[in-house]
Design a protein around this ligand. Structure first.
Ligand code: 4AD
Ligand code: MG
Length: 434
């Protein structure tokens, strides 16, 4: 020994056999057990897990003692030789010749008993995110976001940014977070849609990926107060084409996860299938009668209640759209059919398995007088929509778009019980720390 070069390698490279014979492993101790003169440590790095074995006599006495005494979640660096070992996770083991504790961890507070309390785990989220399920969820989330970046680039959409301090309420006044903006009242953005619309005459096809804020009082497994939204908007595009973008985007996200994250799906116990496109389109009226047959009827004109949406969702095998919502259940900017003035050209993209809404989209009113009429008719403050209205005076063609929630999508794809598990540091009504 001594003369060989130890090259830094990740757990995944070692497991795949693409690392050299002599490697340096850097990571965190997930588990350790010592038997006599032999110490086994499972080390986690960003790529996965690798087993290290330290045999007394094969490394300096001080290094052996360091390995023997290392605590869970300590950061370590070790050098050694890769061996195949069927009993090791991933089929490979590194037999170490040096072992160093780089940063020692105190006694790990997340014991098996403590871990039974979800609220404790979220109080300790800064630590509990090191668990295999949390890691798997985050890696799946990365694929979902990556799929969006690729999809939009391949399809000629420009990525834009928009402010999160805003004045206009895109999705109604009841869920606004108010902030004091140097003595003026401002809000945190609920959706970047209006800025996307403004960007259309410049860029024609745009998308955006940024946080959205909702003062949702609802304590449910699908609501956060801060979440990430992917939104897209296209000029000269009608609602039917807008739905196509949504199903292609979601399909690509599923495809990516199936391609790259099989191990993580397994960790989460998730069976995921590639949905077929086009997704089924169920009208609001059809959804209403489906719900009614299950004893969950509701008035025409109401938004589809959660329980009814859940029942329809449970009846479907793949994601689907509910189309043609009544105007009374939609925001003021929605376009209606010329022959059905109470019905909007809109749809929600719904996940199956009882998960429910992932996206909302629709065609917008592009005519000035019609939009002004809607704002007046709903008693909205025209001043705060002044610039949004003015767009309609300067060449606004028919246009459509949608917003899809990143955490809701991750929740469905990863099969997570609660949306908070799709966020590294979730914000809910009852949680603003860590
Ligand atoms: O349905 P929403 O409110 O639609 C809009 O904001 C449109 N302006 C988007 C657009 O057309 N550009 O929100 C869009 C999506 C929802 O379908 C849902 O996935 C997610 O954002 N979402 C939430 N996710 C987590 N927690 C919440 N409180 C959410 N509210 C909306
Ligand atoms: Mg919606």
């Amino acid at each position: 020994m001594g003369e060989e070069e130890f090259r830094p390698a990740t757990a995944a490279e070692i497991a795949a056999g693409s690392a050299g014979p002599n490697v340096e492993v850097r990571g965190w101790v997930a588990r350790k057990h010592a038997v006599g003169g032999l110490v086994f440590a499972i080390v986690r790095d960003g790529s996965g897990y690798i087993q290290l074995s330290a045999r007394k006599g094969s490394l300096k006495a001080a290094d052996f003692e360091a390995a023997k005494g290392v605590t869970r979640e300590s950061a370590v660096r070790a050098q050694g030789t890769v061996r195949s070992d069927e009993r090791a996770p991933g089929g490979k083991e590194v037999s170490v010749s040096s072992f160093e504790v780089v940063a020692k961890a105190e006694s790990w507070p997340i014991t098996k008993t403590a871990a039974r309390s979800a609220s404790y785990l979220f109080d300790k989220r800064h630590l509990s995110i090191r668990g295999p399920k949390a890691i798997a969820a985050m890696k799946i989330r990365t694929e979902v976001i990556g799929a969006a970046f690729d999809y939009f680039r391949e399809n000629g959409f420009y990525l834009i940014s928009a402010p999160t301090f805003v004045q206009a309420a895109v999705e109604g006044g009841s869920t606004l977070f108010k902030v004091d903006y140097f003595g003026k009242e401002a809000n945190l953005s609920q959706s970047a849609q209006f800025y996307e619309e403004a960007a259309l005459p410049a860029l024609q096809k745009v998308w955006i990926f940024q946080p959205a804020f909702r003062a949702e009082k609802s304590k449910t497994p699908k609501h956060l107060t801060e979440f990430w939204m992917i939104e897209a908007e296209q000029a000269f595009v009608e609602q039917s084409e807008n739905m196509k973008v949504q199903e292609e985007l979601l399909s690509k996200a599923v495809e990516r996860v199936l391609e790259n994250r099989q191990a993580e799906l397994k960790t989460l116990g998730r069976t995921l299938k590639q949905p077929e496109v086009p997704f089924p389109r169920i009208s609001y009226d059809e959804a209403r009668s489906m719900a009614e047959k299950k004893g969950l009827g509701f008035e025409w004109g109401e938004d589809v209640p959660t329980e009814a949406e859940r029942a329809v969702s449970l009846s479907q095998e793949s994601p689907f759209f509910i189309t043609d919502y009544p105007l009374s259940a939609r925001s003021f900017y929605h376009m209606t059919y010329s022959d059905r003035p109470k019905v909007t050209k809109s749809a929600d993209l719904i996940a199956p398995e009882g998960i429910g809404e992932l996206a909302t989209g629709g065609q917008r009113i592009h005519d000035y007088d019609e939009l002004m009429g809607r704002i007046r008719g709903q008693d909205l403050p025209a001043e705060s929509f002044a610039w949004y209205l003015e767009l309609r005076k300067f060449g606004m063609p028919p246009h459509s778009g949608f917003g899809i929630g990143v955490e809701r999508t991750t929740r469905w794809i990863a099969g997570l019980k609660h949306i908070r598990s799709a966020s590294l540091f979730p914000r809910t009504t009852s949680r603003i720390s860590p």
